[in-house]
Design a protein around this ligand. Structure first.
Ligand code: SF4
Ligand code: SF4
Ligand code: SF4
Ligand code: FES
Length: 949
């Protein structure tokens, strides 16, 4: 919804969660608030504004600025309203001549040490100091401006996104408290005393040299122009704002996109966003410049062969050409010779349309999504054990957890806003168990450390989960009552005899897991006995040959200990991309229609056949790896790839490249000429999330609105392009707006029956299932019973992966993400975020490095049985001996040249997390990297020729 720009309402202090209510009178107005509410907040609830500077409602009251003084009957002096809690019958006066005088005196002191440049200040008109001075009626400063002051202090412009101008600082400490309380990084302090006190990043460092992670919480908290976004310095304050949802990770933060004309000048995390409650990370907050980057391709292009220049064509020509090519392939090679890949970066509506186009237009089920290569084991594992392919909680639920298990997930880098919530709970005293081959940040970070770090060997997740369950069972720590009431008893008894076997004891598993048995025993006892136990897991669990087994092992542990069906517990898959949950929900897998209903179910098929007026093929189609294998074999010839960069993101790059090269028609719909598009014959320009309407569904099953903030640079929204292609292929689609697509989804999908754009607008977001039984959505799943009825304990036999270290490849490579970059980096590499991560690096333990004569910063060759690549080395003890680690954000790194096509037994999710490699010191890039560079250069030339002509 478009709104004229207005700062969000600030109640001054956080809401109290007390249940007891207290009634007070403020300026003659009676107001009832929870006990523990500050006088300032009670006044705000009554619609009365008390002036303030150091208070803001996402930080604990501090009481330093003294402009919020009030008079309270029966109380001596003038208490600060932000630090004074209400009490029954309290009579408060917020305005009097004396109060006005006191406040003006305070304000006068602030202004006497503040530059008088309001008219040229970047935040003129959007500054709390300026507003408060105006509200207090300050007309003069009696002290002059010649005394000692801070007006000549140097600006810190080291951060690419914001500037720190200490001459404007009023030392209110909001920034310091935001960094501590909200973000949990503790990068800022107030150094010095009295007049000399000032804000300092780290040990008097620049922001860039300090521990700052550029989340922007301090910038948002600052009531002056001391900390201000560079985009605001450049463009001035916004005119209007639109509430939308971040297009990066699966946290799904809500933002106010603040706009001037049609230019986004700031992304401000939305206080009412239920996933983020006003917080953000460097990606969503600042890395939006890619949307208008010069590399954007905004016109459709076609070509016959990939060694020919592109030809820019009209939308009509591109669509007609694509439809004809795909139909011609089908006529020549058969109905099954084409397919599509949809993307978890796209909206629900777009993903839904792509699968509809495939099933009803292509006439097959060759539709798969990138969730295949990340969380497909979550779908299989959770559906099998609990009955629903989704996480069980809200993010806010972690505030009630007593012990948290983080397994194969790195929240502070990959899901930073959840990471901050989690750290807050840990600072409050919750216990932490980290299961990860690497020492991720949570293991040891300011004011937080893991009670147990189980540094499991890559590939041994199932062994360690079994060992944990074995301890719980053998020590009688399981929740017998929960199991007998909520789970299949026969299945449980069967599982009990399986897991009780001594082969699963931590001692017997030690050789596989690499984790001392005593640590496993301690962690198991803690999880089973500490109260509410919540498990958060990520791709370090799923991207294995036993990914689905590990997910079932996690669900088993949660059922075993009764940790499901209420706040503070649960099984929570941390989804990588913004709409992984949604793309799976929307029927993007070849065997499932929307809502995870198997194609073989005739009644479900009939429902869709009636709505779509087609006959559906009951046979599941090809998964992504099958499509590529078939392409190499010459049986799969045409691919429509929307928003995915398989040439960079999928394993065994050289195999993928061979498959793409073998296609007769590769249609790529994207915003940049990504690595996959370099092999394409048709390029359909896509939209960034700022240019379209739709919805994303985050890791909490929360469906949130994506709203058009600026016009589409290509003239079309992505759903329109798919619709046009469908129509050109003789598969009629007629939607005027994505809300109509959502209406169709809601009609056909029981868990979405209650979802509509009108309801999303009214609620802000909705967590599915949202239907007749749960009209307001479902924050916590499996409350009284599991979706499948009784919970199922699946047997989780540990089978070592074939990808084992051996003499030739003695190290195990595992991969992951870092905070500043996102997935293949296509977006974040085109923003200031590259300041933090200009290249992918190989982390290696100093002991392994020394054995190989490798020093910090050396070029190292990393060879696996499928390929090799070259990166710079970093020596670190964050990885244990025998394990090396890298990220995959830069195409030239070729991280996936070395990953193999081993995959999860149930879902084909690639085993990205375990590749046996050898690392050696080298002096130049690999042959693949040299080829890749040359090919990339050639493709850019061909693109330039097209755009010049
Ligand atoms: S940007 Fe975030 S991490 Fe950096 S100092 Fe500010 S609050 Fe702390
Ligand atoms: S930088 Fe801003 S928030 Fe921090 S102390 Fe100064 S005025 Fe307050
Ligand atoms: S990247 Fe994730 S955590 Fe960061 S702002 Fe976007 S949704 Fe939130
Ligand atoms: S707002 Fe209360 S003391 Fe600053």
């Amino acid at each position: 919804m478009l709104q004229f720009y207005e700062p969000e309402k600030d109640y001054g202090t956080p809401a109290s969660v007390a249940t007891e209510q207290v009634t007070v009178t403020v300026d003659g107005v009676q107001v009832t608030v929870p006990a523990g509410t500050s006088v300032m907040r009670a006044a705000a609830e009554a619609g009365i504004k008390v002036p303030k500077l150091c208070a803001t409602d996402n930080l604990e009251a501090f009481g330093s600025c003294r402009v919020c003084l009030v008079e309270i009957e029966g109380m001596k002096g003038y208490p600060a309203s932000c630090t004074t809690p209400v009490s029954t019958g309290m009579q408060v006066r917020t305005q009097s001549e004396h109060l006005g005088k006191l406040r003006r005196n305070v304000m006068e002191l602030y202004i006497s040490d503040h530059p008088l440049d309001c008219l040229t200040c970047p935040t003129n008109g959007d500054c709390e100091l300026q507003d408060t001075a105006g509200e207090l009626g300050l007309r003069e400063v009696r002290y002059g401006f010649d005394g000692a002051n801070h007006l000549v202090q140097e600006k810190d412009t080291s951060n690419p996104y914001f500037t720190f101008d200490p001459s404007k600082c009023i030392v209110c400490s909001r920034c310091v408290r935001a960094c501590d309380e909200v973000q949990g990084t503790f990068a800022l302090t107030i150094q010095g005393r009295g007049f000399a006190s000032s804000v300092s990043a780290g040990q008097a460092q620049s922001f860039m040299d300090s521990d700052c992670v550029s989340c922007g919480a301090c910038v948002k908290a600052c009531p002056t122009a001391t900390l201000v976004e560079n985009s605001i310095i450049d463009a001035g304050v916004p005119e209007h704002s639109v509430v939308t949802t971040c297009a990066y990770c699966g946290v799904g933060c809500a933002f106010r996109a603040e706009v001037k004309g049609s230019t986004v000048v700031r992304m401000t995390p939305h206080k009412e966003g239920k996933a983020n409650e006003g917080h953000a990370c460097v990606k969503g907050r600042f890395a939006f410049g890619y949307a208008t980057h010069k590399d954007r391709i905004t016109q459709p292009m076609i070509r016959e062969h990939i060694d020919q220049p592109w030809q820019v064509v009209s939308w009509e020509e591109a669509i007609t050409h694509t439809a004809q090519r795909l139909r011609a392939i089908q006529e020549k090679h058969g109905r099954n010779s084409i397919g599509a890949i949809s993307s978890s970066r796209c909206t629900n509506e777009e993903v839904y349309l792509v699968q509809k186009l495939v099933r009803s237009g292509f006439g097959n089920n060759n539709i798969d999504t990138c969730a295949r290569v990340c969380h497909s084991p979550t779908g299989y594992g959770l559906k099998t054990t609990l009955g629903e392919s989704a996480g069980t909680q809200t993010f806010a639920s972690v505030a009630s957890a007593d012990v948290v298990v983080v397994m194969g997930s790195n929240p502070t880098e990959a899901h930073p806003v959840f990471g901050s919530r989690l750290k807050k709970r840990l600072r409050e005293g919750a216990k932490l168990i980290v299961i990860d081959p690497r020492g991720i940040e949570l293991v040891e970070t300011p004011h937080v450390s893991a009670d147990y770090h189980l540094a499991v060997n890559p590939g041994a997740n199932v062994a360690i989960l079994n060992a944990l369950a074995h301890v719980v069972v053998s020590e009688g720590l399981h929740d017998e009552a929960f199991i007998r009431e909520r789970c299949e008893v026969d299945g449980f008894d069967n599982w009990m005899s399986f897991i009780s076997d001594p082969r699963h004891s931590p001692e017997n598993c030690e050789a596989d897991t690499g984790v001392p048995a005593a640590l496993v025993r301690g962690a198991a006892r803690l999880y089973a006995t500490a109260g509410n136990g919540a498990i958060y897991y990520g791709l370090g669990v799923t991207e294995h040959s036993q990914g689905s087994t590990a997910v079932m092992g996690i669900a088993n542990l949660a059922m075993l200990t009764g940790n499901l069906g209420r706040e503070g517990v649960g099984v929570n898959p941390m989804r990588g991309q913004n709409n992984v949950q949604g793309s799976c929900d929307m029927g993007s897998f070849p065997h499932e229609l929307p809502g995870y209903r198997h194609l073989s179910d005739a009644a479900t098929r009939e429902l869709f056949e009636r709505e779509w007026n087609v006959q559906l093929d009951p046979e599941p189609g090809m998964r992504i790896p099958n499509m590529f294998d078939a392409a190499v074999d010459g049986n799969f010839k045409g691919l429509y790839c929307q928003g995915e960069d398989v040439a960079q993101s999928d394993p065994n790059t050289q195999h993928i490249e061979a498959a793409l090269q073998a296609l007769e028609c590769l249609v790529v719909q994207d915003i940049f000429l990504n690595e996959t598009a370099k092999f394409a014959h048709v390029f359909l320009p896509g939209c960034s999330f700022l240019e379209k309407n739709g919805t994303f569904t985050n890791a909490e099953r929360r469906i949130s609105p994506v709203r058009k903030v600026m016009p589409s640079l290509s003239g079309k929204e992505d759903w329109e392009v798919t619709m046009d292609l469908a129509n050109a292929m003789g598969c009629p689609m007629n939607y005027q707006h994505p809300s109509q697509i959502m209406d169709e989804i809601a009609r056909l999908t029981p868990t979405f029956h209650g979802v509509s754009y009108a309801r999303l607008d009214a609620h802000g977001s909705l967590q599915w299932p949202c239907n007749e039984q749960a009209p307001e959505g479902t924050p916590t799943m499996h409350v009284d019973e599991f979706v499948r009825g009784k919970g199922y304990f699946a047997l989780t036999e540990y089978l070592a992966t074939q990808e084992r270290a051996n003499r030739r490849f003695p190290l195990l490579l595992t991969t992951g993400r870092i905070l500043s970059q996102y997935n293949v980096g296509a977006q974040t590499r085109r923003t200031g975020n590259s300041a933090w991560h200009a290249e992918d690096i190989l982390d290696i333990h100093p002991h392994d490095a020394e054995e190989r004569g490798i020093a910090e910063g050396d070029w190292v060759g990393i060879a696996s049985r499928v390929g090799n690549t070259v990166l710079h080395a970093r020596l670190t003890e964050r990885v244990k001996p025998g394990v090396v680690y890298t990220t995959f954000h830069h195409p030239v790194s070729g991280a996936n040249v070395i990953t193999t096509d081993n995959s999860d037994w149930a879902t084909n999710c690639p085993e990205y997390k375990v590749t046996a490699v050898e690392v050696t010191k080298v002096t130049e890039p690999s042959a693949w990297q040299a080829r890749q560079k040359q090919f990339g250069r050639r493709q850019h030339q061909l693109l330039e020729e097209a755009t010049r002509s």
